[in-house]
Design a protein around this ligand. Structure first.
Ligand code: AMP
Length: 588
């Protein structure tokens, strides 16, 4: 009995066969069209008894043509009545054949409040499949040995819905699963922190302890990870502030009194032992760095790479991350959402700016709404006509529509992607932006990406002063006549020492929105001068804290890039913390 158990345990711990994983991926992507049909068939067969599908008159059909004819395109809002019945405890087959028992909270940084989406074992399995796939490609280039991973991962607040379902962020649902731990062993990426740190109730205490665990196991750390680059940068910015305290903890073998959660203290006491030698070494290494350049390899000499999502709204953090990373390669992680995963980064050596995602045709059924045709259809109120996974055209932009294994059918995710090429017969996508994130006053339309590019331009002016933008967001202010764009910046230096440069940044921001509608409106003053509001230090920390309070997980956090009046609390935090504002003189 015991021997059997050990064999089973060993089996479970088996390291992933990289070549086999890659072969599997190559084979599923060779005939992506067929795999898509099969995947749709499987999803519809498994969930055929769901009320939602029954009411749409599919009558057991599982082919894409009938599916498209019977099932409408939906948004999250359309599904809310169904999801609410599920969260209220109705266990009848509503969206899925098998009752949903877990709910994911999307990070909610775009709409201001988290969306609730169904989560189940099948979604967990597709998550692991995508993790394994990209690991295989990553490991082929940069094999990790036996060691540990410093993973800045956090559980969100978990709660029960009215009907008793477990609810937390998607990442929390993943981390809570026993399968996750096993899979991490298979990828030789076991996190170095105890579970109590990941599942601790206080993000700041967990972060401190992740850093401490990283230092304790520093020689063994093979990779540094967080789901999103924001939280990697946030972690090392925090390190800059607490490093001496961390060294003191290691020297004395005594955990800082800032850690007050008893379960974390107990768990940490098992691994923290007095080690003055190591403390001195770390202290010396940190003191020797110039402005923290190359901090990561200095602390973790065996780290092979830094891993996390670095694309899309995470791109603005790359500069700082590269600074900390020195010569350790950055590898951008996969593309997905709480609603399910979409594509894997199978070219891990590409710099994050060039990363594309190869869609896994067997983890969901994917459709693409062409954006070029869409404008006309929108005006006429015609339902857009999406194309299938293998029908997309290189160079075109699309809004992505997902049918997943957890009760979402033809669901508009709200993301815009561009087709960059094909891997076998599956498309390789580039993430462009969130579709609904838009700065818009009259005929102007500026997306999250446009904002990002404009900030990037203005950052160059700031860089001449050796300053950086810590984080940024925007707002359309219609309280003035005409309305105008407001850009909020938190910067690394003192505002009053750089007034002239900041005025130039403001002008540069205004000039760098290249949308014809914006430029035209600015020229005739149909849109007022852009306003740059420079924030007091720590404002974005307050915003992060606000979202953590709402139940977000620190590692899934994305700074909202456009804050509307509807997101009143965040807007208030921003407006109450303005150190200085500037109006553009660019179009005078
Ligand atoms: P959430 O459901 O809170 O995890 O957020 C999912 C959203 O994050 C997606 O819809 C995308 O807008 C964004 N996202 C996820 N993965 C990536 C990626 N690899 N690159 C850029 N944006 C991403």
């Amino acid at each position: 009995m015991e021997a059997k158990l050990i064999v089973r345990m060993l089996e479970k711990m088996e390291i992933i066969d990289v070549n086999q994983m890659i072969e599997e991926f190559e084979s599923t992507t060779k005939d992506a069209g067929r795999v898509q049909r099969e995947t749709l068939k499987k999803i519809l067969e498994e969930n055929g008894s769901a009320e939602y599908l029954q009411n749409l008159g599919l009558n057991g059909s599982t082919d894409p043509e009938s599916f498209k004819a019977c099932v409408p395109l939906v948004t999250h809002q359309d599904l809310e009545p169904y999801i609410h019945r599920i969260t209220d405890g109705d266990t009848s087959p509503i969206l899925t054949g098998k009752a949903i028992t877990t709910i994911s909270l999307s990070s909610g940084t775009t709409q201001g409040k988290p969306k609730l989406v169904p989560f189940n074992d099948e979604l967990m399995e597709t998550t692991m499949q995508i993790f394994r796939t990209s690991f295989a490609f990553r490991n082929r280039e940069f094999p990790v040995g036996n060691g540990k991973a410093l993973q800045f991962i956090y559980s969100s607040k978990q709660f029960k819905t009215k009907g008793g379902l477990n609810a937390g962020t998607a990442t929390t649902n993943v981390y809570r699963s026993s399968q996750f731990k096993e899979e991490m062993k298979g990828m030789q990426s076991q996190y170095c922190s105890p579970d109590e740190v990941i599942f601790g109730p206080d993000f700041h205490q967990s972060l401190y302890c992740h850093l401490l665990c990283g230092l304790i196991f520093r020689g063994e750390i093979q990779s540094v990870f967080s789901p999103f680059a924001h939280s990697l940068v946030h972690a090392f910015r925090t390190f800059e502030l607490v490093w001496e305290e961390l060294c003191a903890d290691i020297r004395e073998g005594e955990l800082s009194c800032r850690i007050t959660v008893p379960s974390i203290r107990t768990a940490m006491s098992k691994i923290l032992k007095p080690d003055p030698e190591s403390a001195d070494l770390i202290h010396k290494k940190c003191s020797g760095l110039s402005n923290w350049y190359g901090l990561i390899p200095e602390l973790f000499p065996n780290a092979k790479y830094i891993y996390g999502i670095m694309t899309g709204s995470m791109e603005p953090y790359l500069k700082k991350l590269r600074h900390y990373a020195g010569d350790v390669p950055l590898m951008s992680a996969d593309y997905g959402s709480s609603e399910g995963w979409i594509g894997a980064n199978v070219n891990p050596t590409l710099p994050p700016e060039l990363v594309t995602f190869a869609v896994l045709p067997n983890i969901g059924y994917f459709e693409f709404i062409p954006l070029s045709e869409n404008v006309e259809e929108q005006v006429l109120g015609i339902e857009p006509k999406p194309v299938g996974l293998t029908e997309v055209k290189v160079g075109e932009e699309y809004e992505i529509v997902v049918t997943n294994v957890a009760g979402l059918y033809r669901y508009r995710l709200g993301d815009v992607v561009k087709i960059m090429g094909f891997h076998n017969s599956t498309p390789e996508l580039k993430f462009v932006c969130r579709r609904n994130l838009m700065l818009n006053i009259n005929i102007d339309k500026n997306t999250e990406k446009d904002l990002q590019l404009s900030v990037e331009e203005a950052t160059k002016v700031l860089a001449e002063e050796k300053l950086e933008v810590v984080d940024f967001t925007s707002h359309v202010d219609l309280s003035t006549d005409p309305g105008h764009y407001v850009i909020f910046w938190e910067i690394s230096g003192e505002v009053h020492l750089h007034e002239e440069a900041l005025q130039e940044c403001c002008n540069c921001l205004d000039r760098s929105f290249l949308d014809a509608g914006y430029i035209g409106s600015r020229k005739v003053n149909a849109i007022g001068p852009l306003e740059l509001r420079v924030l007091q230090k720590g404002t974005f920390q307050k915003i992060l804290d606000h979202y953590l309070g709402l139940g977000a997980a620190g590692s899934q956090f994305k700074t909202p890039r456009c804050v509307s009046l509807a997101n009143n609390t965040v807007l208030q935090i921003l407006c109450n913390n303005v150190a200085k504002n500037y109006f553009s003189t660019a179009f005078r």
